[in-house]
Design a protein around this ligand. Structure first.
Ligand code: SER
Length: 866
């Protein structure tokens, strides 16, 4: 049996037994379940059904679920059976059949589907556990005996083996596992299933999910008794294909062969080939589900996977880029069962290539750093962690290379640091609890869900279904509500609650969502809002209108980005409010001004087309068929709401938000900023409608203000600023060569220009400076440069004349006084001034006569000294 045949025969067997076949959910868990980073079991996407929070589409379900188990990353390659990514086949009963039914189906399928000899099947059952207060699972024993399994092949096992839970707390139950006996050539007479041996291969886990555990070790029965079974597809392929290792099964042989063909001659390393096969497969599926390599959360898991694979390829001497070659093989072997591999092919190749190129450089740096550490004779935990964490250099590589050189690595120290980091970054269960608490509030208010009418109207006459005071807040639930509850990036509606005759009663502060249901947190509630009251619920129209424009614009932006940059662009988060929109998307590099302009132009072109925006209710399959964009990790039921713009040529998205009726209502779309929000994730913020007009108008006003300051027209502002910049740069350059703050004054040149009159250095000159203060500074510096002298400098600043005279003390004694000099000069330019004998200043009104004034001063000096 090939892997494809195993999958199909399992699913169709259970379909024949009345089970509804479900598509595999994404590897990225639904956003409301933050308890795991990635889907780890078939039951995971079904958790809300087991918990009784949501109604399942049928009481009997079956699926082949894509799973990823992060803790196994390091083990992969060292065993014949561990994988990170794998497929789990399962059948589920939501309060329908229980232990007997599950056992019968498993038996039937094992014999008639998988063709097992009944003599070769052994089963284990839960032996009981004191802490949990449970005894031997008699019901399970009875079920197997009834089928005809002999008592000696029913083996009781402890809690560690046969009690399954989805997390520390939550739905759980005893289980019963099926084992295939591979015979004495694989072990001994004394071997038993459940132990560490090769003779008995576990292939199917039946979980009798009947309790909720909370707190740990305290069990309460779930609303219904459920069945959750899991059968690892690759494990079954190993048995069916009669091979010793999952890496020898049909899904892996082509990947192993590719590795061998790329390996440089003389090298052989099975572990490395297995790591490459497993990790590239996991990589391909993770990227197809929207994960991009980064340093956070699942992006980090993916990056680790890719880097470990790349490092192994280097060790084996692979030449050139090879990740994309693996992607091709994964697609060939699994693309038929998983069409997303084809759909997302370009995206997968793009990220694979980018990471391989980026990490190639890291690898080189890491090897150099490691070389240095090895030279010192040991690698500390901190160094190993730094290599791993800062440089992305995998620990396996560190230990391997260090091992070859017999240099010890402090693995314990490294592990401790990793653990710290894990705690820092692990997705806590807090979010789940908050969702639970919200759910509880909403349910306490009233069992009957609110009818959301806000797609059609913004005002609703309705009744109060429940009122609750909790933690100092007032919550109400309305029978029908026009208020949008925060979700899908869109903020809650603002609004008011009025009495039946239109008197304001309270303001809406928040609308809480749990699935399709909602509760409204109120502010300023006077007394007397009670269940049964008739009220008028009114949404704040301007805020809603602005929010809708931003929401539709977000879809247009998404479409324009994919058109301009490529289909690897995927929404990675969004905020849609009345003030602006923010859109995070997967893309590796900064957008050029041209790209931003193209995107903005495209969105505005669609706005001008005034295309209709239509929400369409359809099935998930139909929507997929139509190429609708779905948010990765979002949970969608069978029936979905798809928002289509125009005829759907450029935008179809699954979305529960509110939208304008036609694109022209957006008015205008303006990008405000583009930046990065995480590695490989870019962020664009934009405004629309009146906000955009306000923004553009404020830009206009700023330009006009700047033009005023520059005494020019708005059109001339850039040229004028460029002029000023140039002048400033020139001035700075001159100041640097002149040695100080005095702008263009060339002190050395002035010093050279001094004449000697009667044995005394004399300088009278005009200079270019900004103001009188600068003239004073210039004089001072010239004086320092030429020593004892008589100096008179003049300048024209602001249309007036400034004069400074400086006379060295010995010259004062010869009768030369600075005050006299400036006075003589100032008279010529129609002004006056004075000062001390050594330093004096004066001003004048007539710039034309500055040279005459300086000449008069020079004349005076000569006559005094003569
Ligand atoms: N949830 C169980 C498991 O993962 C059975 O599907 O093994």
């Amino acid at each position: 049996m090939t892997s494809d045949e195993i999958r199909e025969s399992y699913l169709s067997f259970f379909e024949r037994q009345g089970h509804k076949r479900l598509q595999s959910a994404s590897l990225v868990p639904a956003s409301y379940d933050p308890s795991v980073l990635l889907t780890t079991a078939g039951m995971h996407p079904l958790k809300p059904y087991f918990q009784g929070l949501e109604t399942p589409p049928a009481a009997r379900l079956t699926s082949c679920q894509k799973c990823f188990r992060t803790p196994d990353i390091d083990v992969v390659g060292t065993t014949t059976r561990h994988l990170t990514f794998f497929e789990m086949l399962g059948n589920f009963s939501m309060g329908d059949y229980f232990k007997q039914g599950a056992a019968e189906f498993a038996w039937d399928m094992s014999l008639n589907g998988f063709g097992f000899d009944p003599e070769k099947i052994w089963v284990t059952v839960f032996e009981g556990d004191e802490e949990l207060g449970l005894g031997l699972d008699e019901e399970a024993v009875e079920a197997w005996l009834a089928i005809g399994v002999p008592r000696e092949r029913i083996v009781p096992c402890p809690r560690s083996e046969n009690f399954w839970q989805a997390g520390e707390t939550g739905p759980c139950g005893p289980c019963s596992e099926l084992y295939y006996d591979r015979g004495l050539e694989w072990g001994t007479e004394d071997d038993l299933p459940g132990g560490e041996n090769e003779r008995f291969l576990e292939y199917w886990n039946l979980v009798f999910m009947q309790y909720n555990q909370d707190p740990v070790n305290t069990l309460t029965p779930l609303p219904k008794k459920n069945i959750d079974t899991g059968l690892g597809l690759n494990r079954m392929a190993l048995i069916q294909q009669g091979v010793d290792s999952v890496f020898d099964t049909d899904q892996f042989v082509p990947l192993m062969q590719l590795g061998q063909s790329l390996t440089a001659s003389g090298k052989h390393d099975d572990r490395a080939l297995r790591i490459l096969a497993d990790h590239t497969r996991g990589m391909t599926f993770l990227i197809a589900d929207g994960v991009v390599p980064s340093n956070e959360d699942r992006g980090y898991v993916l990056r680790r996977l890719m880097r470990r694979a790349i490092a192994q390829g280097h060790r084996l001497g692979f030449e050139g880029e090879f990740l994309t070659k693996y992607v091709d093989v994964v697609q060939e072997t699994m693309g038929a069962a998983y069409p997303e591999l084809g759909r997302e092919r370009d995206t997968i190749l793009r990220w694979a290539q980018a990471e391989e190129q980026g990490f190639g450089r890291t690898l080189e740096t890491g090897l150099i750093m490691l070389e240095d550490l090895l030279g010192r004779g040991e690698v500390s935990g901190e160094d190993a962690f730094k290599l791993h964490d800062t440089f992305g250099f995998p620990i396996d590589l560190t230990t391997e290379i260090a091992g070859e050189r017999e240099v010890p690595v402090d693995i314990a120290g490294y592990d401790a640091l990793m653990e710290e980091q894990r705690l820092r970054s692990s997705a806590g269960a807090g979010g789940q609890e908050r969702v639970g608490a919200r759910q509880e509030v909403i349910r306490q208010l009233s069992e009957e869900p609110t009818d959301f009418t806000g797609y059609e109207h913004l005002e609703e006459r309705t009744t109060v279904a429940g009122v609750l005071e909790q933690g100092g807040r007032t919550f109400v639930k309305l029978a029908a509500s026009p208020f949008y509850a925060q979700g899908g990036g869109q903020v809650s509606d603002e609004g008011v609650i009025l009495s039946a005759d239109g008197e304001p009663r309270a303001t809406v502060s928040e609308v809480l969502r749990a699935g399709e249901d909602q509760a409204i947190a109120l502010e300023g509630v006077g007394d007397g809002l009670k269940a049964g009251d008739t009220v008028l619920a009114r949404v704040d129209r301007p805020a809603r209108t602005a929010t809708q424009a931003n929401h539709t614009a977000t879809h247009l932006l998404h479409a324009a980005l994919r058109q301009t940059l490529g289909t690897h662009v995927r929404q990675a988060g969004s905020y849609v409010g009345p003030d602006k929109l923010r859109f995070d998307f997967t893309h590796g590099t900064r957008l050029s001004p041209e790209e931003l302009r193209e995107v903005e132009d495209q969105v505005n072109a669609w706005v001008l087309q005034n295309d209709p925006v239509r929400p369409i209710t359809t099935t998930l399959d139909e929507a997929r068929e139509l190429g609708a964009m779905a948010l990765f990790g979002e949970k969608y039921g069978d029936v979905v709401r798809m928002v289509q713009i125009g005829g759907g040529e450029y935008s179809r998205e699954l979305c529960g938000g509110t939208h304008v009726r036609a694109t022209a209502e957006i008015g205008v779309f303006k990008i405000v900023s583009e930046g990065s929000s995480a590695s490989n994730v870019r962020r664009i913020e934009a405004v629309t409608g009146p906000e955009a007009v306000t923004l553009l108008r404020s830009h206009d006003a700023l330009i006009r203000e700047a033009a005023g300051e520059l005494r020019t027209s708005p059109e001339q502002v850039p040229a004028k600023v460029a002029d000023l910049q140039r002048a400033l740069k020139d001035a700075q350059k001159a100041a640097q060569s002149g040695g100080g703050a005095n702008g263009a004054v060339d002190v050395a040149a002035l010093a050279n220009a001094a004449e000697v009159v009667e044995g005394v250095k004399v300088l009278t000159s005009r200079v270019e400076v900004g103001d009188a203060r600068a003239l004073l500074d210039a004089t001072d510096r010239v004086k320092n440069a030429i020593g004892d002298a008589a100096i008179v400098l003049g300048a024209v600043t602001d249309g007036k004349v400034a004069l400074v005279a400086s006379v060295a003390q010995p010259l004062v004694e010869r009768g030369l006084k600075a005050g006299d000099l400036v006075k003589v000069a100032a008279e010529v330019v129609g002004g006056g001034g004075g000062g001390r004998p050594t330093l004096a200043q004066a001003g004048g009104r007539d710039p034309e006569k500055l040279d005459d004034a300086l000449a008069a001063a020079a004349e005076r000096i000569r006559s005094v000294l003569a």
